[in-house]
Design a protein around this ligand. Structure first.
Ligand code: FNR
Length: 366
């Protein structure tokens, strides 16, 4: 199958943000597409994420006045023109030569914030310097605290406005789909981790597990989290929350906001759709506390449903990758523009002029 280079203009047949998914297959080699699209295990959670959005229904209301309509808001000190952020997606050079720089330009052009991954193809300083717009840095905990600290202080010095600490993947395997397609991650260490060192190998006692006693001994725990939030002046958000009790504990320990997420079905397979976890997490943390959601969003009505169930904003993972591969910065900006327009159409038809008008009452009960 021929893989076409990224386009320099938007294809006329892309009418909805979700159209980028089909289109991207022309621009991404099949093994890389399997990596981007796939989920863990037998992809139960990947499917559940999509099904959840389909089962939630909106109840439209009539005749509401839109003179003060707005999609703007501020989250953890970052001003946004609309509630659709770009999720951290590592290794973007696999999708486009301009990689995270293109995504940064798209975020800037569309009034939103990108979250740059620890596993970015470009150094975090280059990504931040690509535009003047606000950006957040996604942090993966490193086995040695000094390496985690170095990433934190580099992110602060570069000018990021918040840290997003991902907690749902202390271990992660390549998906079965990617394995079968012959995908391999780049063998080079991602540039942000070039100075990080592994811990000396821990001798395992007979009968001990490489995974449970080896790899998991390097994973962060609650003490590490408590320490981390005291090490930076930036707000720290936790990504990968599903359980209300975790959400309450994170909030109590000073985490400034949370992202309800199952890593887009790429972490533990068999967990519920993130959308289905959202309302309970919102109830647990209370109002007036930044709560975001990702995993499965493909349209503006999906964004509306997430907001109705308690999210202040959402993040977009795979659609970002599909649009990046299809048409670089232009593609990602266009995808975001479409998502925003789809959300605005939904707000107009549902009768909700502002984001704060979108609440559980906008949804149909079972
Ligand atoms: C991710 N995700 C991710 N998350 C993170 O915290 N750090 C990372 O480096 C990555 N890398 C990454 C690569 C790829 C190819 C994908 C698809 C995803 C997870 C991402 O931030 C987000 O949680 C999900 O992608 C959201 O689900 P959707 O929008 O892809 O359905």
């Amino acid at each position: 199958m021929t893989v076409h280079p990224p386009l320099e203009q938007i294809p006329a047949d892309i009418l909805a943000a979700a159209d980028y998914e089909d289109r991207a297959a022309q621009h991404i080699p099949p093994p890389t597409l399997a990596w981007l699209a796939g989920g863990s295990g037998t992809e139960q959670t990947l499917r559940a994420n999509r099904e959840a959005f389909i089962t939630v229904r909106i109840t439209p209301r009539l005749l509401n006045n839109f003179q003060t309509a707005s999609t703007c808001q501020s989250l953890c000190g970052t001003s946004l023109e609309h509630p659709i952020l770009l999720a951290p997606v590592g290794h973007q050079q696999l999708l486009h030569t301009e990689a995270e720089r293109a995504v940064a330009r798209a975020a800037d052009a569309t009034g939103t914030c990108m979250v740059a991954s620890t596993l970015s193809s470009l150094p975090l300083e280059d990504v931040c310097a690509a535009t003047a717009a606000s950006k957040w840095f996604q942090l993966y905990w490193q086995p040695r605290r000094e390496d985690t600290l170095r990433l934190l202080s580099r992110a602060e010095a570069a000018g990021y406005q918040a840290i997003v600490l991902t907690l749902d993947t202390p271990v992660q395997a390549l998906s079965r789909r990617a394995h079968i397609a012959g995908f391999r991650l780049p063998s080079d260490t991602p540039p942000n981790l070039a100075e990080c060192k592994p811990l000396p190998q821990r001798a395992l006692a007979p009968g001990q597990s490489i995974l449970l006693h080896g790899m998991m001994s390097e994973a962060p725990d609650w003490d590490d989290l408590e320490w981390l939030v005291t090490q930076t002046r930036l707000p720290v958000l936790a990504k990968g929350v599903s359980h209300p009790a975790d959400a309450v504990r994170l909030k109590t320990l000073g985490v400034a906001g949370q992202i309800v997420s199952n890593h887009g079905g790429r972490s533990l397979d068999g967990v519920p759709a993130s959308l289905h976890c959202l309302a309970a997490v919102r109830e647990a943390v209370g109002g007036n506390y930044p709560l975001l959601l990702d995993s499965g969003i493909r349209s503006g009505t999906d964004v509306f449903k997430a907001l109705a169930l308690g999210a202040d904003a959402v993040l977009i993972g795979r659609l970002q990758g599909y649009a990046l591969a299809t048409a670089g910065a232009l593609g990602v900006a266009h995808m975001l523009k479409l998502l925003r327009e789809e959300l605005e159409v939904c707000m107009a038809l549902a009768g909700t002029p502002t984001l704060s008008d979108i609440n559980p009452g906008c949804l149909m009960g079972d």
